[in-house]
Design a protein around this ligand. Structure first.
Ligand code: G6P
Length: 759
């Protein structure tokens, strides 16, 4: 408030000084103008009088002189005339003039020698005096003086000041008021809000991130402070978690612990991760460039690991503004608000992307590895592009690890089956792990791939080959045993081929669990409430909110889920209007026909079911098809009574773990497919066969009618599981496994990208 007062006071002072200066100049100017006007009038009158008075005075006719003085003495504004003799005594004086004017020297003594013309103040009023000598020939007979009332000049002068003062008031009052409001609205209020928010952060309250309003002068400051506060909140959560762990003498994995561990394990060696999908993608949005986080379980899991360990993430630069945001070496440091590691982008031509990504990876390997009854398509052109792109990424890896001894390279997923072998050929000292994020099917199913052996050989270039669950490891070992000449060690779970050993192990991937130890008591509700979300969706009277979060993919069992919702309403008609199912579906791989068709099929199915049951203000299925933000998804996770993860086949499925991690209130029920890797760990979910629509329908009914006590008991155990088996532990075990491998003594191949050269 003091600052506003100071601001207003200085405004008043400055305005007063400026207005006063103008008023003074104006008043002076006006006064001068009026005096000059009076001067002119007085001199004309005086000269005409002079002609009449001089002969009368010379004749000594006192009576005529008196008459003359009386007669002329009453004109507009003229107060009187006086004729003084040479000694200065009045010979004739208009009777209305004060007695003190009788003697000219007395008058002059009081007011200084009278000028030819000018103003004097006498008898409490202002007079204009005009003086002329009266002559007879050369001799001076006396002085003629005309007295005009000049008080109106002073009044006018005062009125000029009055007007200007009024003007000053009219200027200063609205300016002060608007200054007060502007300062209050644009400066003080946002500042107070920011300070309150920061105080909340300081007190340890989990608060909504500050949103920057348009035109907020503190926008840049707010953004910076928000970032600092976020780090503070994260650091505090980590410290609390560490402290809790210490007090329980347990050794749970946290970001900090992984960071220290990675530092010790890697020493000076570099960590490089290769994944097709980049963690941050720059896309055009009109004239602006937006940075988005793609919907991908792989990104969800690996991003916190790189944040903790540092290193380089090599990925396909798929965003349409990606090229504009990298440096000359195609690198950019990320995350944008808190740089922790390097993202190296690899550029692919349209043909390469079509053959390698859409074609071989997603039309071939994806349906091959998932038992979802979509036939894989294998084309030799796609295979050629797959080989070419793997070689291209191998080159990028070799550039990144140049000069670094025994670098750690973590290759991710089915896009890069050939990469481990390519890297190892050029750099036998590199420690290479391949983590396969999707299921591995049985040898018969895999054997249909025309290039099955080449894929296996490529994968067996790695030192460590990871799957989510032991079952997939077993499938792989069987496949290698059946399709390759290799020695399989079923005791050690390793494969020896051409003098190289690959250890095949399960590493169940997970999510980051920062702050997971907090309970409802410690965490204020973040995000929108269930009622707020339902009303945003236009649903009224709904008691239970059930949820699905997926990339729109035929392996996720979304269609079956919709049918289970329908069946649930058939079996339990009392639930109509009582519950709603919200599907947050992120469009994915839409250039491929099965994905494109699936979107349309899902919309049509949701519509059909809604038409069947919907009533005023309610429909059973809300299908929200877009890339949802993390904040939105988090709000739904926290508000849902039940989350359905009903994949037909899934490597792990991190939505299940994310839902659990979000439930600080220890409520909510997870319905989970038996065919998702996560079902091996999350025993307290309601496990279902997603193909059994009746079973899923009953699971929904069971979930929403489950007692709060049972919900809590299950959720507490689920959270404990996710907390203990988080992604930091996953990364640490992968690094440990790699660190354990002894370097091989195999000469490096002279070619850095053998496949490229072979073509
Ligand atoms: C699965 C795969 C990931 C992939 C993600 C998203 O989780 O295992 O490798 O990144 O789906 O798919 P997309 O094709 O959009 O990268």
């Amino acid at each position: 408030m003091r600052i506003i007062l100071r601001l207003i006071a200085s405004l008043i002072v400055v305005s007063t000084v400026v207005v006063s200066l103008f008023a003074a100049v104006q008043a002076r100017h006006e006064e001068r103008r009026l005096v000059e006007e009076l001067d002119r009038r007085a001199i004309v009158l005086a000269e005409s009088l002079q002609e009449s008075v001089e002969p009368v005075l010379a004749s000594g006719d006192q009576e005529r002189l008196d008459q003359l003085v009386e007669r002329f003495g009453y004109r507009p504004r003229l107060s009187g005339i006086a004729v003084y003799g040479p000694s200065g005594e009045a010979i004739a004086l208009t009777s209305s003039l004060p007695e003190s004017f009788r003697i000219l020297p007395v008058l002059e003594a009081a007011h200084g020698e009278l000028a030819q013309a000018g103003l004097i103040s006498a008898e409490r009023t202002w007079w204009h005096v005009q003086r002329l000598p009266l002559r007879q020939g050369e001799a001076i007979l006396g002085t003629l003086v005309l007295f005009h009332d000049a008080s109106y000049i002073r009044e006018h002068w005062a009125s000029v000041w009055r007007e200007n003062f009024l003007r000053l008031l009219l200027l200063v009052l609205p300016i002060s008021l608007s200054t007060l409001l502007i300062v209050q609205w644009t400066l003080l209020r946002p500042l107070t809000r920011l300070v309150d928010w920061l105080r909340g952060v300081k007190r340890g309250e989990a608060l909504l991130p500050r949103t920057v309003r348009r035109g907020d002068v503190f926008g840049p400051l707010t953004r910076e402070v928000t970032d600092i506060a976020k780090s503070l909140i994260a650091a505090r959560a980590a410290a609390q978690e560490e402290a809790k762990l210490r007090s329980k003498a347990e050794a749970r994995w946290t970001a900090d612990r992984l960071s220290t561990h990675a530092h010790t394990t890697l020493q000076q060696r570099k960590l490089v991760i290769v994944a097709n999908r980049e963690p941050y993608m720059h896309v055009r949005d009109g004239k602006q460039i937006r940075c988005v986080v793609p919907a991908s379980g792989l990104v969800t899991a690996l991003e916190p690991v790189l944040r903790a360990c540092g290193g380089t993430w090599i990925a396909h630069g798929a965003g349409d503004a990606d090229r504009e945001t990298v440096d000359q070496l195609d690198r950019i440091v990320v995350p944008p608000d808190e740089p922790a590691y390097t993202l190296r982008r690899v550029w692919l031509s349209k043909e390469e992307e079509a053959g390698y990504y859409y074609g071989f990876s997603n039309e071939g390997l994806w349906p091959l590895c998932h038992i979802a009854h979509t036939r894989p398509v294998f084309r030799s052109d796609d295979w050629a592009q797959y080989q070419r792109v793997n070689a291209k990424f191998a080159d990028a890896v070799l550039q990144e690890v140049k000069g670094v001894e025994q670098p750690f390279v973590l290759v991710q997923d089915y896009h890069f089956a050939l990469l481990p072998h390519l890297i190892k050929q050029a750099r036998p000292d590199a420690k290479v792990a391949l983590f396969w994020h999707i299921p591995w099917t049985n040898p018969e199913a895999f054997g249909i791939c025309p290039w099955a052996q080449e894929l296996l050989q490529g994968m067996l270039g790695s030192d460590v080959l990871g799957f989510h669950i032991q079952f997939h490891c077993n499938n792989f070992l069987e496949t290698a045993e059946r399709l390759l000449e290799a020695r399989i060690d079923w005791e050690q779970f390793s494969i020896d081929r051409a003098g190289h050993t690959t250890w095949v192990k399960p590493f169940p991937i997970s999510v980051a669990t920062n702050g997971l130890a907090e309970t409802a008591k410690q965490t204020r509700t973040v995000g929108r409430t269930k009622d707020a979300l339902l009303s945003e969706l236009g649903l009224s009277g709904v008691r239970w909110l059930t949820l699905g979060v997926d990339r729109i993919d035929y392996t996720k069992g979304i269609l079956e889920r919709f049918r289970a919702v329908e069946r649930c309403l058939e079996l339990h008609p009392e639930l109509q209007r009582q519950f709603a199912f919200v599907e947050l579906g992120a469009p994915s791989r839409t250039l491929l026909t099965p994905y494109h068709n699936l979107e349309a099929e899902l919309s049509a199915e949701a519509e059909r079911i809604n038409r069947r049951f919907q009533a005023r203000g309610w429909k059973p299925i809300v299908f929200l098809k877009k890339n949802h933000t993390h904040e939105d998804i988090e709000a739904f996770y926290r508000a849902a009574d039940c989350c359905l993860v009903t994949s037909l086949h899934d490597g792990m499925n991190l939505v299940a773990k994310e839902f659990v991690a979000a439930r600080h209130d220890e409520r909510g029920v997870l319905i989970l497919s038996r065919f998702a890797g996560a079902s091996r760990e999350l025993h307290d979910a309601l496990l279902v066969n997603p193909y059994d629509v009746d079973q899923v329908a009953e699971a929904i009914h069971h979930a929403i009618s489950m007692s709060p006590a049972e919900q809590q008991a299950r959720m507490v155990r689920l959270r404990q599981m996710v907390q203990e088996h988080n992604v930091y532990r996953w990364a640490a075990s992968l690094l440990n496994e790699l660190a354990r491998i002894r370097p091989e003594e195999r000469p490096a191949s002279s070619s850095s990208s053998p496949l490229l050269e072979a073509e």
